[in-house]
Design a protein. Structure first.
Length: 508
């Protein structure tokens, strides 16, 4: 049997990871779009109180459920090969967790109704408890979709039940005009997801706990990190609410959501696919450090200019999307957008640590970041308000990036110079873009446009100008450097493969 060279294998893993990222991004975009369509239709059939009740119930149930996330799927993916012993144990542990959380959520339904002064919440939360239990019975075999890079099947598994549940919810809303239409949609989606998982994968799990020790040794760390992560991520909003009031919380939350879009919509989907990529490289005995460098390079070409671009164009974007009354969100976006430019380094390093079982290290990094962020928030919010919160988060992000890079280099060996070589052209091209937009009055300034048409025109000019300057500068730097192997060549290779496949797909 002929063994592929490491270079070919690494290129194959990168291509599969890129394809998986595309499917995952498509799944997220489809979910968001379907949710928007669903909301636009249902708001005409139901009252704001109906939406509020369900939103309150789901927030309550999801918050409880998040504190018991075990990361069993990642633990199963780390197995070198499929093992019935491990998969059956994972299936059984998922059921135990789902039933336990269902009982906890159900038991707290009445106290929640009392706390929020609305008895209708009791049955909403009890229904969500049932939905939590149902979700635990999904076929564990679908984890293999990620192991084998079949993210197109994952797309179908998540999107098709969503479409059916939306149709049923709209039908019920037409007939009953009640918040129960929303609950029917939620239950339908959970049930169909379970049914589809058995229809789409032939594996039939059995109840067993024979491998529970090796799964939970990994999952317990995941659980601990999810708790610390929740504290880290929610600390800013809680402290702003306590010290500055709910209005400032709203401004900060909106600014943060927009500024971190490159992280949530690019780095997030990449992470799900990258876990499979790093895992495949680990089991194949390939250089994980080289795979890391190539993923960082490809992701950096998109994520770094996108984060910086959101910072540059924050003012017209906020005023066009939310109106002049949200102008206070602009400086928060500008600060966080700059800090997020290199968050792909810490995000990718965290995935690498998890794949290789360095859970203690990941936990320490998350805990240190949470503590550092909390101290800075306490010091800076009373002094500078929401801008202080943004600066605190930016400083914590920079620290997280620095520590993540240090430990990645120490454990996986990619020289720091190699990391610089992968990113310097992207960073310089992004800086050139920022300089061009700022010098022409399109970036980092308070817009004088008033009408939506003028704001849209200014925003489009900024986006178009930024894309052109960045792309041209990056290509020139690459050619001047002698067209070295790296992110540019990787992306061009992927585009060639896509161009070759498109004609055959059209004929099919």
């Amino acid at each position: 049997m002929t063994v592929a060279s490491p270079l070919v294998s690494q290129s194959s893993i990168l291509a599969k990871t890129a394809k998986g990222t595309g499917w995952t991004m498509g799944w997220r975009m489809a979910t968001r779009l379907l949710g928007l369509v669903n909301t636009l239709i249902l708001v005409r059939l139901l009252t704001p109180a109906d939406f509020g009740l369900v939103a309150l119930g789901t927030t309550f149930a999801n918050a409880l459920d998040a504190f018991a996330m075990l990361g069993l799927e990642d633990a199963l993916l780390r197995e070198k090969a499929f093992s019935r012993e491990a998969y059956d144990s994972g299936f059984t542990l998922a059921i135990i967790r789902a039933i336990a959380m269902g009982l906890v959520i159900g038991a707290l339904a009445e106290p929640a109704g009392w706390f929020f002064h609305d008895d209708r919440l009791v049955w909403i939360i009890r229904t969500l408890a049932v939905a939590t239990v149902i979700d635990g019975f999904r076929n564990v075999g679908v984890v293999e979709f990620r192991r084998t890079f079949q993210f197109d099947k994952e797309f179908m598994l998540w999107v098709v039940p969503r479409i059916v549940s939306i149709g049923l919810a709209i039908g019920c809303a037409f007939i009953f005009r009640s918040y129960w239409a929303l609950m029917v949609g939620i239950l339908t989606q959970r049930v169909l997801r379970v049914v589809f998982s058995y229809w789409m994968h032939p594996y039939r799990p059995r109840l067993s706990l024979s491998a529970w020790r090796r799964l939970t040794s990994y999952s317990v760390w995941n659980w601990a990190m999810s708790i610390v992560g929740q504290i880290r991520d929610q600390s800013a909003s809680i402290l702003i609410g306590r010290l500055l009031g709910p209005t400032q919380v709203g401004i900060f939350s909106v600014a943060l959501e927009i500024a971190t879009l490159p992280s949530t919509e690019l780095i997030g989907p990449m992470g799900r696919a990258a876990f499979s990529g790093f895992n495949a490289a680990r089991h194949a005995g390939l250089s994980t450090g080289e795979i890391y460098l190539r993923m960082i390079g490809v992701l950096g070409i998109l994520a770094i200019p996108a984060s910086l671009g959101l910072s540059l164009l924050a003012d017209p974007l906020v005023k066009l999307a939310f109106g002049p009354s949200w102008s206070s969100a602009v400086p928060v976006m500008q600060v966080v957008g700059i800090a997020c430019c290199l968050s792909l380094l810490s995000g990718t390093s965290d995935i690498l640590f998890r794949v290789h079982g360095l859970m203690r290290l990941s936990f320490r990094l998350v805990s240190a970041n949470a503590l550092f962020r909390l101290v800075l928030l306490l010091a800076m919010i009373p002094w500078l308000g929401v801008i202080g919160a943004a600066l605190a988060m930016a400083a914590a992000t920079v620290l997280e990036v620095v520590l993540s890079v240090i430990f990645t280099v120490r454990h996986f060996g990619p020289p720091l110079q190699d990391l610089v070589d992968r990113l310097w052209r992207v960073v310089l091209a992004s800086a050139t873009m920022a300089l061009a937009l700022a010098s022409t009055g399109l970036g980092w300034r308070v817009t004088q446009a008033v009408t939506k048409a003028a704001l849209a025109l200014e925003l489009c000019a900024g986006v178009a100008g930024g894309v052109v300057v960045y792309a041209v500068t990056l290509l020139l730097l690459w050619f001047v450097a002698g067209r070295p192997a790296g992110a540019e060549s990787d992306i061009l290779t992927l585009l060639r493969r896509l161009r070759i496949r498109l004609p055959s797909l059209r004929r099919a």
